[in-house]
Design a protein around this ligand. Structure first.
Ligand code: B12
Ligand code: SF4
Ligand code: SF4
Length: 316
């Protein structure tokens, strides 16, 4: 590794932290055959449910050179969204923490583009693409390889200093860089709190998530009626689910984020049970302007509310 590559890596990591990312790591852009194999096994079992986009571009997911021609490095970043004490206290309905503020896709992509411009200010133009969540990149696998954490039994990437309530983003480019120290060992040990706490049995084994049983998948990605047999297990989750992270001991180390765009709006904070239950499309648009909740849409959210509302009516 040359002095210049080491210097560039240091400059990029410092700039990423300055831009609000909580951590930044760098790996050489090579194929990831182990992950490709695990992904194939997962898909063969049908764990993806109707997320057929996961079946496409299988090679691209684990081989960065197929995403950016001549790719030499993968820059991984983490962005904290842990809201601390900020929660929906006026209502029994629950949204996962990642959806309290503005949609993270735009926020992270914008910061990654700033990072790219910074890099180009000392390298000149490079071939590069930025990703978070949407593209065929295995975010957790790359972030693990870049030394930013380990993949827990709940399948989330866990950073021993900050838990798992963060998003992951990537910048893949033709720039050659020094790698940051390699992956952190698996610190789950004998713990199995997430497997025991998952109310629907979606974590069928360590590192094995059956999306078809996962509240997050069912409330966000799934179209059509929700499985009646699972109704009591949904509690009051209406968008996503945080249970397998809330119970994880590593999340004792979560620190409250300081990103204004992720702060809950007053319109959302004020929602009471009746507001959720009687919400019309206009109110949905107002409360969720620029929010990731739009992914499930008005009809999807109403379906979820009706599903758990029924559940509550039955149990009380
Ligand atoms: C599809 C998807 C989902 C699906 C499937 C989840 C899943 N576990 O795969 C559903 C809708 C259920 C979902 C839910 C959530 N998601 Co999601 N999701 C994705 C997405 C788009 C692709 C994930 C994927 O490719 N899965 C495929 C399978 C094969 O992955 P896997 O089962 O984990 O297996 C891999 C590894 O675990 C490993 N592996 C397999 N076996 C073993 C064994 C050992 C010993 C080890 C070490 C590793 C290992 O190899 C596999 C290949 O890499 C990514 C974004 C991206 N582009 O990567 C976000 C992403 C994973 N999701 C994210 C988030 C925030 C969530 C939720 C927390 C949201 C919520 N609160 O509701 C939940 C968490 C649920 C959970 N426990 O995973 C974040 C995770 C951040 C983090 N700290 O890890 C990501 C990275 C988005 C982002 N860019 O920030 N998600
Ligand atoms: S997000 Fe909820 S339902 Fe899905 S695996 Fe985690 S605890 Fe289970
Ligand atoms: S709850 Fe325990 S087993 Fe599950 S991811 Fe956290 S440390 Fe690992």
């Amino acid at each position: 590794m040359s002095e210049k590559q080491l210097l560039h890596t240091d400059m990029i990591v410092s700039k990423a932290l300055e831009l609000g990312f909580s951590a930044c790591g760098i790996s050489e852009a090579r194929a990831l055959p182990d992950h490709a194999e695990k992904m194939d096994q997962w898909l063969t079992l049908g764990n993806q449910g109707t997320m057929s986009y996961l079946e496409r571009n299988r090679e691209k997911r684990t081989n960065p050179a197929l995403l950016v021609e001549g790719a030499r490095s993968v820059i991984s970043v983490l962005f904290n969204y842990f809201p601390g004490g900020d929660a929906l206290t006026e209502s029994r309905y629950k949204l996962s923490k990642y959806a309290y503020g503005k949609d993270y896709h735009q926020v992270i992509r914008d910061r990654l583009r700033v990072l790219q411009h910074f890099i180009e200010s000392f390298t000149g133009p490079i071939e590069a693409r930025v990703f978070t969540d949407s593209a065929p990149v295995l975010d957790r696998a790359w972030a693990q390889k870049s030394g930013l954490g380990f993949i827990g039994k709940n399948t989330c990437l866990i950073n021993p200093r900050m838990g798992s309530f963060f998003f992951i983003g990537h910048l893949i480019s033709t720039l050659e860089l020094a790698e940051t120290p390699a992956s952190i060992t698996d610190y789950c040990g004998t713990c199995r709190r997430c497997l025991d706490a998952c109310p629907t049995g979606a974590l069928v084994d360590a590192h094995q998530l059956d999306a078809r049983k996962c509240i997050s998948y069912l409330t966000i990605e799934h179209k059509g009626p929700l499985p009646a047999a699972m109704q009591p297990q949904f509690d009051h989750w209406i968008f996503g689910c945080d249970i397998c992270q809330d119970v994880c001991p590593w999340n004792r180390f979560s620190k409250t984020h300081d990103e204004p765009l992720f702060v809950m709006s007053e319109a959302l904070r004020a929602m009471k049970d009746a507001d959720w239950e009687q919400m019309d499309e206009e109110r949905f648009r107002l409360v969720f302007k620029g929010s990731a909740v739009k992914r499930t849409g008005f009809d999807g959210l109403k379906r979820n509310i009706a599903f758990v509302q029924q559940n509550t009516d039955k149990s009380t």
